[in-house]
Design a protein around this ligand. Structure first.
Ligand SMILES: Nc1ncnc2c1ncn2[C@@H]1O[C@H](COP(=O)(O)OP(=O)(O)OP(=O)(O)O)[C@@H](O)[C@H]1O
Length: 334
């Protein structure tokens, strides 16, 4: 059973800024142990997808489609079940989550909190587990008695990862979890997270605007633009050999993992992403596309398979030929 299955997810915010269709029909599937990097410029809807996966969107937000976490429907489950699923079924490490540690409580107590809440064990037993978890994320036992302000940024982010792992979820979403850290520490924390999820067969979605970091950590990459996926495939193909011109531009903007000196204009493109409340017609990327064609302004392009494991939403991508009837007959015969 997939750890997470998202099917035709659509999310619209309604508020003082008007109607904002932030996510416009996204489908994703992750088996246990799968790692997926979700990339795209600011405002393309990455965090909205993450928040939806745990039903953390603001009240009044319109959501349609289906989000199945380990076979359970997140969008329709009761609040009681939802409380049980958060931390224990899936957990999110947000950008700057390290600032959300409670300054007046010692570290061990905070890591122990979800364990007490979800597993009903005593505080002492949970703190013992917390210290074991801290060792697994590379923090010495004596740090258990520290307060958050006594830890460096990297150490606090390790604490957040320990909390995310505490109740053995089947899915972890890391949303720009290491962006605030310096490059060396970022690499250490990412390697740690990668190892921990692999050991435990946890599915991981890692969100970043930096495609090179995602390609290093995740087996597959998905690139979002204006609320839609524009490309999805194996990391070693999408990073460096992308089919969609937007994914190509993102790859070119982050050519080398973790080397800020090599980073060119992070957009690598003229202009900005469109206002989600006033999207261009046809392909949303066409006004910025370096290889735009006349038909792009009038044609909505959905993801098409360039290969069985690789999809891109661009008219220039030659769709894979459909399987021949003779081959199908042979498969049936087998
Ligand atoms: N609570 C909200 N109310 C109204 N609009 C929102 C809300 N949260 C996000 N948005 C809008 O939805 C769109 C998608 O935002 P989202 O934060 O998901 O993008 P993102 O790709 O994660 O960007 P970033 O990398 O900057 O976090 C943006 O236009 C954003 O302004």
């Amino acid at each position: 059973m997939p750890a997470l299955e998202i099917d035709d997810l659509r999310i619209t915010y309604r508020g003082s800024r008007g109607v904002i269709p932030a996510v416009r029909g996204i489908s994703l599937s992750l088996e246990p142990g799968d790692t997926l990097g979700l990339a795209g410029e600011s405002g393309c809807g990455k965090s909205t997808v993450a928040a939806a996966a745990l039903r953390l969107l603001p009240p009044g937000t319109e959501v349609s489609g289906r989000i199945m976490l380990g076979g359970e429907d997140i969008l329709t489950m009761s609040f009681g079940r939802l409380r049980a699923v958060r931390w224990a079924g899936a957990s999110i490490v947000f950008q700057g989550a390290m600032h959300s540690l409670n300054p007046v409580h010692r570290i061990a107590r905070q890591v122990a909190e979800p364990i007490v809440l979800h597993e009903g064990v005593s505080t002492d037993a949970a703190e013992k587990r917390a210290i074991e978890l801290m060792a697994q994320v590379g923090l010495p036992a004596w740090r258990a008695r520290s307060y958050p302000h006594e830890l460096s940024g990297g150490q606090r982010q390790r604490v957040m990862i320990a909390m995310a792992l505490a109740c053995s979820p089947q899915l972890i979403i890391a949303d720009e979890a290491t962006t605030a850290l310096d490059v060396m520490i970022q690499a250490q924390v990412l390697a740690l997270l990668e190892g921990l999820v692999a050991d435990r067969n946890i599915a991981l979605i890692m969100i970043s605007h930096d495609l090179s970091v995602l390609a290093e950590t995740c087996a597959r990459l998905a690139v979002m633009y204006a609320g839609k996926l524009v490309e999805e495939g194996p990391s070693h193909e999408v990073f460096g050999h992308a089919r969609h011109p937007y994914a190509q531009a993102l790859s070119a903007a982050f050519p080398t993992v973790g080397d800020p000196a090599e980073r060119r204009n992070p957009h690598g493109l003229a202009g900005d992403p469109p206002d989600p409340a006033a999207l261009p017609t046809g392909c949303s990327f066409h006004p910025r596309c370096p290889v735009v064609m006349d038909t792009c302004a009038s044609t909505q392009v959905e993801l098409r398979h360039a290969r069985s494991d690789w999809q891109a939403a661009c008219l220039r991508v030659e769709p894979m030929a459909p399987a021949q009837p003779a081959m199908l007959a042979e498969e049936k015969h087998d």
